[in-house]
Design a protein around this ligand. Structure first.
Ligand code: HXC
Length: 260
């Protein structure tokens, strides 16, 4: 399938890659682009051959935000009745496979929010993260005030959201917004691919369960989260791959996952 605003590829067996491709607008996230993104991620999620997904943009821009020109004329009633932006979070509810965001250049507003919806965030040292909505007379609308605060704490999130000032990839990695910052675009893409391949080498069942359990930590109080984890852990004794993995360890062999 071909898309107007995306490129979809399989750079290594088991790894799906979605590249935002609207270069004239620095990958501004218009409604048609988000519709395509949900479609592409949905297909990768249901593909039997894919185990991990990379979401990236260009070297210059991951995404410079929601499409300001599309939003400018919206009225309250239109935004409210059509649930403007709600479809963005499909990524967090419909995709069970891990998504690695590989961020180079601008990740502003909705671009930063989209990157934060992913499971692992990698960036270049010169990446440019920010929530500049305040400069447009509005506030983050796709989870920025919540996810950024959970990622880097209240004071730093307040500073970014209230001033509209950007932070570099170096700071993002130091503060825990990104897992790692790479010295170049090439190193970023190579690093993302290596991590995706590593994830794709494990049992799909275990990988999906691990992602689910970690994500619960963002929603549940600790006791409930620990209990949730234990239940999922218990359930994995019902998988073939748990038997395969532990038997292979005992026999000093490489596990041959059945993904069941
Ligand atoms: C629509 C955008 C855009 C955006 C850039 N463009 N960002 N169009 N929506 N968010 C367009 C420009 O209009 C321009 O089109 C082209 O992309 C190139 O951008 P330039 O500004 O010429 O590039 P540059 O000088 O390199 O500056 C890069 C930039 C700047 C610093 C990233 O473009 C910028 O500040 N963009 C807006 C960033 C922002 O405010 N994002 C938050 C949006 S609000 P033309 O046709 O002129 O060539 C948001 C709300 C989220 O995201 C809430 C819910 C999701």
């Amino acid at each position: 399938r071909s898309y107007e605003y995306l490129l979809v590829s399989e750079p290594k067996p088991g790894v799906g890659q979605v590249t935002l491709n609207r270069p004239k607008a620095l990958n501004a996230l218009s409604t048609p682009l988000i519709t395509e993104l949900n479609q592409a991620l949905g297909e990768l999620n249901s593909s039997d051959s894919i185990s991990a997904i990379i979401l990236t943009g260009s070297e210059k821009a991951f995404a410079a935000g929601a499409d300001i020109k599309e939003m400018a004329p919206l009225t309250f009633s239109e935004a409210y009745t059509k649930s403007f932006i709600e479809s963005w979070s499909q990524l967090t509810t419909q995709v069970k496979k891990p998504i690695i965001a590989a961020v180079s250049g601008h990740a502003l507003g909705g671009g930063c929010e989209l990157a934060m919806m992913c499971d692992i965030l990698y960036c270049t040292e010169t990446a440019n993260f920010g929530q500049p909505e305040i400069k447009l007379g509005t506030i983050p609308g796709a989870g920025g005030s919540q996810r950024l605060t959970r990622a880097i704490g209240k004071s730093r999130a307040m500073e970014i959201i209230l001033t509209g000032k950007s932070v570099s990839g170096v700071d993002a990695a130091q503060w825990g917004l990104a897992a790692r910052a790479f010295p170049s675009y090439e190193a970023l893409m190579e690093g993302a691919l290596k991590t995706a391949e590593t994830i794709a080498s494990y049992s799909k069942v275990a990988v999906i369960a691990a992602k689910e359990a970690v994500n619960k930590s963002q929603d549940l109080p600790l006791r409930d989260g620990v209990e949730y984890e234990r239940r999922v852990f218990h359930s994995l004794f019902g998988s073939q791959d748990q038997k395969i993995g532990m038997k292979a360890f005992a026999e000093k062999k490489k596990p041959e996952w059945k993904h069941e």
